[in-house]
Ligand binder design. Structure first.
Ligand SMILES: N=c1c2ncn([C@@H]3O[C@H](COP(=O)(O)OP(=O)(O)OP(=O)(O)O)[C@@H](O)[C@H]3O)c2ncn1[C@@H]1O[C@H](COP(=O)(O)O)[C@@H](O)[C@H]1O
Length: 104
């Protein structure tokens, strides 16, 4: 199982855990707006690392960003599979556009 699948399983469990025993549970207890705020903060930190051309910080901040984004999705009853499906759908749309351009 890859790291994202393992992380999603853990997040799904921790969302139902005691807020005193888990960061994910404590964040969830603060509500959707707080989780969304953390996503925004981690996105800004990723941008700052990118502008500074700090590759190590980019990886670390991107990990924080993807972690918090995954918590946000699960809190809303969604998962990375929903994002994967949307990206796959877009590949199909873009592929159809390329095909139409070739045949016109
Ligand atoms: N990947 C992560 C992860 N990345 C970052 N963080 C936490 O995210 C928090 C954000 O850090 P910040 O410095 O931005 O914020 P802060 O000052 O602590 O928080 P604020 O009160 O300011 O919002 C830190 O407490 C980090 O420990 C994470 N906490 C948990 N995970 C994963 O989630 C799993 C479940 O964790 P628990 O819910 O704690 O069991 C773990 O096994 C990990 O795999």
């Amino acid at each position: 199982m890859d790291a994202f699948a393992t992380l999603e399983q853990t997040i799904a469990k921790r969302l139902r855990a005691d807020p005193g025993s888990s960061y994910v549970a404590s964040l969830a207890a603060k509500g959707r707006a707080k989780i969304a705020q953390k996503v925004g903060e981690e996105a800004v930190e990723t941008v700052i690392a990118a502008v500074a051309d700090d590759r190590g910080a980019m990886v670390s901040e991107a990990a924080d960003l993807l972690f918090h984004l995954t918590v946000l999705l699960h809190h809303a009853g969604l998962s990375l599979n929903d994002v994967r499906a949307e990206l796959t759908r877009r590949e199909g749309v873009s592929g159809l556009a390329e095909k139409a351009a070739r045949t016109s």
